[in-house]
Design a protein around this ligand. Structure first.
Ligand SMILES: Cc1cc2nc3c(=O)[nH]c(=O)nc-3n(C[C@H](O)[C@H](O)[C@H](O)COP(=O)(O)O)c2cc1C
Length: 161
């Protein structure tokens, strides 16, 4: 009987906290997109986070004044630029600063490319070397189609879990 009351109370506290949003995961979606393709992927990730009951904040890397480590999980987005690289001025410095602060937080890498997926191979390798916990990546050629957007939504859900 005593244990039953204790269990009921624990459940009530859990429910109340959930209602208040205390246990809601806060996910950052931080990206560079020159022409808007990667931005569309970012928006779909945000949708997925919200469907899963999480809170999402989406910022361009150049307009973000916070710190990536302040989120429970982060989706980093950047389209292929340079010679199959991250955008060198508007995103890469931000990524380099952020990657070393991620600890074991869930991270997703995403972005659009024009003709080569090498940029994501390099980026994933760099994240691995920095011991970033990349749970998945999502890439697409040019503008994301509905399948890609659905994949992004699923990733958003995973980040919010
Ligand atoms: C200046 C510039 C450099 C680019 N360099 C590459 C590249 O090295 N490799 C590649 O696959 N695509 C490259 N692209 C193509 C873009 O990655 C592609 O158009 C992508 O869809 C852009 O996504 P965004 O609209 O999110 O910026 C380049 C595009 C621009 C404008």
């Amino acid at each position: 009987m005593f244990f039953r009351i204790v269990l009921d109370n624990i459940f009530l506290i859990y429910k109340k906290n959930k209602e208040r949003g205390i246990m809601m995961k806060k996910v950052g979606v931080l990206y560079f997109s020159g022409g808007g393709n990667t931005k569309k992927m970012a928006e779909a990730i945000v949708e997925g986070v919200k469907v899963a009951g999480g809170e999402a904040e989406m910022f361009k890397s150049t307009e973000f004044s916070g710190e990536a480590k302040d989120y429970d999980a982060v989706a980093f987005g950047c389209s292929a630029a340079g010679s199959d690289q991250l955008e060198a001025f508007l995103f890469e410095p931000f990524w380099n600063k952020s990657k070393v602060t991620m600890e074991d937080k869930k991270v997703v890498l995403f972005g659009s490319y024009g003709w080569s997926t090498d940029w994501m191979d390099r980026w994933s390798e760099d994240a691995k070397n920095a011991e970033v916990n990349v749970i998945d990546t999502c890439i697409c050629k040019a503008e994301p189609d509905e399948d890609t957007l659905n994949t992004c939504r699923e990733l958003g859900k995973k980040l919010a879990e």
